[in-house]
Design a protein. Sequence first.
Length: 149
Amino acid sequence: MARWAILPEWKIERWLNRPVDWSGIRGSAAMILFFHMRCDGCMRLALPQAEQMYREYAGRGIQIAGVHSAFVGGAAEGIEEFLQAGGYTLPVGLDMEGEGWTPRTMEAWGVEGTPTIVLLDKRGQLRMKKLGHMADARLREALDALLAE
């Protein structure tokens, strides 16, 4: 996988639950879930899994956040209420549409669909970019490997 000398730009309109300062990400591993409300697999599997990992790995050296990708005509209406009703606590950034149909942060990070899990090591190296759902055990194994480095 590629290593970014400079992490791709975050173009988040606003953060829900709590803001995230990614400028200090060096020295911490990271998991970012790109998702969309109209994606069934995102809402049934990936987002609950990200919340579970957020709670399990809190304070252990991995930053975990979600990025809601609002495609053209797919504004973020309802996402804040959904997160509150579901008891979600992980930070979620609203990635709004860019020049074309792809939301700005999603495009900058080269994400081609949802759900996509992105894992970065402590040096900012891209360790995984996985489109589709990932088994809990496999994701934990990947996160534990990042912590062990």
